[in-house]
Design a protein around this ligand. Structure first.
Ligand SMILES: Nc1ncnc2c1ncn2[C@@H]1O[C@H](COP(=O)(O)OP(=O)(O)OP(=O)(O)O)[C@@H](O)[C@H]1O
Length: 304
């Protein structure tokens, strides 16, 4: 569906995308993660033909990106693009007109998109009277009004409460089930874990790791992660190192990668004669992988 090969982009002397490769298959949800300034918005702008790459190729549905490809892409930007004084229906009608939809088709599409985002009962409400979550959903409806094949969602749930997030996550699932291919950027790792079939981690304009969640989990050679609280951290690290356990700090928490699954009593025995205030076990999550890839430079590049 989308194939990006060796894209480079500089702003003046600052190179913000470096040999970027990215492939999204038809019907999948791809999560593009990365710290602030990694190059996510620049990548989106290039896909949408709003910016030109300095070199490299980009194809959508086997066609090079051009003005024509705008018809098959829908974008919901980070900041809602809505007219506050107009109703939901008027906003959708306006954007549908811009995309050249007329007559019955426009009316049908406006109604379908309102239904898709669960706002049919607010069709005539001015945008300024909607909640934050409803505005985000309407922003997505605007991106869908011309029936795009590729939907780009730039941080779709940033700033929303958990219930509003659930609504958006359900909406994204439903859109995938309708056969729409989705590229989403997010800073919320649990959001990517929940929604995305494939995840790419971008830093300094390069994809450092890419794959399914289980493929990415191979970047951390551990069965599980154990976090401990102790006054004797140095002693605990020395003991774990002797046993071949890698240690990490997640925030201010000291953690160890366990290369094999151990019984709790075996874990406690590992730290024999070290006073432990607490001990907790966790599976490897995207958060651990993300920190590993973005903070430690000697990671392996993983691709499918
Ligand atoms: N028009 C511009 N001129 C100069 N530098 C720019 C321009 N747009 C972006 N940059 C720089 O390019 C880099 C990548 O920016 P970009 O907005 O693509 O990152 P991002 O991953 O989307 O970040 P965020 O998560 O904060 O939105 C940043 O260092 C940014 O300062």
């Amino acid at each position: 569906m989308l194939l990006i090969e060796k894209i480079n982009k500089s702003y003046g002397k600052r190179q913000v995308l470096q040999n970027l490769n990215l492939q999204i298959n038809f019907g999948e949800i791809y999560g593009l993660l990365g710290p602030n300034g990694a190059g996510k918005t620049t990548t989106i702008n290039i896909i949408c033909n709003l910016l030109k790459a300095d070199s490299g190729t980009i194809q959508i549905n086997n066609q090079p990106v051009s003005e024509k490809s705008k018809a098959i892409i829908g974008v919901a930007p980070q900041e809602n693009l809505l007219y506050q004084g107009l109703s939901c229906k008027e906003n959708l009608n306006f954007f549908a007109q811009i995309y050249g939809l007329g007559g019955k088709l426009r009316q049908l599409q406006v109604e379908k998109c309102l239904a898709d985002v669960n706002l049919s009962d607010r069709a005539n409400s001015p945008v300024e009277t909607l909640s934050g979550g409803m505005k985000r959903r309407l922003n997505i409806a605007v991106a869908l009004v011309h029936q795009p094949k590729l939907l780009i969602l730039d941080e779709p749930t940033t700033g929303l409460d958990i219930e509003a997030r659930y609504h958006i996550w359900e909406l994204i699932h439903n859109l995938k089930n309708q056969g729409i291919t989705i590229l989403l950027t997010t800073h919320l790792l649990d959001e990517a874990e929940r929604l995305c079939q494939k995840i790419g981690i971008l830093k300094n304009g390069r994809i450092l790791a890419e794959g399914t969640l289980s493929e990415l989990q191979n970047l951390i050679p551990a069965k599980e992660i154990v976090t401990i609280e102790t006054e004797e951290e140095e002693k605990a690290i020395a003991r774990a190192t002797e046993l071949g356990f890698t240690h990490r700090r997640y925030g201010n928490k000291l953690a160890f990668w366990l290369p094999k699954t151990l019984e709790l009593k075996e874990i406690i025995a590992t730290f024999d004669n070290i006073s432990l205030a607490s001990i907790s076990r966790q599976p490897i999550t995207l958060e651990h992988i993300y920190l590993e890839v973005t903070k430690h430079s000697n990671h392996k590049l993983l691709r499918i």
